[in-house]
Design a protein around this ligand. Structure first.
Ligand code: NAI
Length: 361
């Protein structure tokens, strides 16, 4: 029987709390299905800096390549010490180096008091207006004079092609509206977003005619996401627009504590909650771990999508997702963390979830 090696990269702020919670839930759920998981802890962020003088040590970059999947906590990125050899480090560097070109961010109403939203933002992950990743060497923002900054945007046809394919595949597999909304600003970013739309249309024509395709400007999409979110199925977009729209979608389904995400490529995948380090609540044992827990379940689904994987991988993910759904529907305040008007600490929430998984097994 295969043993899956999963890297734990705890990160900064609430990272250690939510990653530990996710690992505990994975451990319990995998034991209930008989799936074998081994966790490999690797340093990243301020803890790595204090130990090694770097926020992304080479041992970590090498170590993750020897694991089947990675679970990353949030990173405080912009506020790392300037003498950090990896400055300005971010998870973008990991995504770029291991070519995790797709960032999949579902937004689903798990809380019965809210709406019936069930959409996925499929965000390109390796270029666009992200100066730390959009050049081979150097930083993609430039001081033209002391009062002027120029920021570079990169859009490649090959990147548009593979992210479009990912979005159409997801729309097809979800069995819902089978609708891909390509979100852009081509009336202003005529060349970059013109290229993006051209390639999306091309991919659609070549193999995905069974999926509906529509094109929408990012500004009106932002509005419609608030006024009529149920109409969306798969939102396909470039990096920065996807970053913003997915946080907006998270707000509609209960906040950042409920928003999972997966960074994936051909060979590697990394679970990473949508939220940041939440410095206002870090270390207080009150963070909502659901985002990181559901991201880890997405990682299992990605592992299962590879050929020849054990069915237990899929079953473990379902046990986690079902228990989360059940717990969030509970009316007992002890079953929710304080961001959802509950009274449970991070650890109490995690323990109840684990007991629910065992009870359902
Ligand atoms: P944030 O997501 O850390 O926090 C925004 C608000 O949401 C805060 O009030 C926070 O308490 C709350 N929140 C976030 N996650 C929560 C959770 N799991 N449970 C309960 N409440 C939660 O965003 P902010 O404040 O803009 O950024 C803080 C730091 O995080 C910055 O240094 C930023 O660069 C970094 N960041 C890192 C990301 C990553 O590594 N993936 C993503 C976004 C921001």
């Amino acid at each position: 029987m295969k043993k899956y090696r999963l890297a734990l990269l705890k990160g900064d702020g609430i990272g250690p709390e939510v990653v530990s919670s996710a690992a505990h839930v994975l451990d319990v759920a995998s034991q209930s299905t008989g799936l074998q998981i081994e966790f490999v802890e690797l340093l990243v962020g301020m803890e790595a800096y204090r130990t090694t003088g770097r926020t992304l040590p080479p041992e970590t970059m090498k170590g993750i390549s020897e694991c089947d999947g990675w679970i990353l906590g949030p990173l405080q990125t912009g506020s790392y010490p300037k003498d950090d050899k990896d400055y300005p480090m971010s998870s973008g560097k990991i995504r770029k180096q291991y070519d995790l070109f797709a960032n999949i961010r579902p937004a689903k109403s798990y809380l019965n008091t809210l709406n019936h939203i069930d959409l996925v933002v499929v965000r390109e992950n390796t270029e666009d207006f992200f100066p730390n990743i959009n050049l081979h060497k150097g930083y993609g923002e430039f001081w033209v004079d002391k009062d002027t900054v120029m920021s570079l945007r990169v859009i490649r046809r090959s990147s548009c092609k593979r992210i479009a394919k990912t979005a159409f595949e997801i729309a097809r597999s979800r069995n819902q509206k089978k609708l891909v909304t390509a979100v852009h600003k081509s009336n202003v970013l005529m060349e970059g977003d013109g290229l993006f739309l051209d390639e999306v249309e091309h991919v659609h024509e070549e193999g995905y005619q069974d999926v509906k395709l529509e094109q929408k400007l990012v500004d009106s999409t932002s509005m419609e996401l608030v006024t009529n979110p149920e109409r969306f199925d798969v939102i396909l977009t470039t990096n920065l627009f996807g970053d913003i729209l997915s946080d907006e979608a998270a707000g509609l389904v209960g906040g950042l504590g409920l928003a999972p995400s997966l960074n994936s490529g051909e060979s590697y995948a990394m679970a990473q909650a949508v939220h940041g380090t939440a410095p206002d609540i870090a270390g207080k044992n009150v963070a909502n771990p659901v985002s990181e827990i559901l991201s880890s379940a997405m990682l299992l689904d990605w592992l299962f999508s590879r050929k020849g994987e054990e069915r237990k991988v899929f079953e473990t993910a379902r046990r986690i997702e079902n228990a989360v759904r059940e717990q969030l529907l509970s009316q007992n305040p002890k079953d929710k963390t304080i961001d959802l008007n509950g009274s449970a600490s991070t650890q109490e929430f995690t323990s109840s979830l684990c007991m629910r998984i065992l009870a359902n097994s």
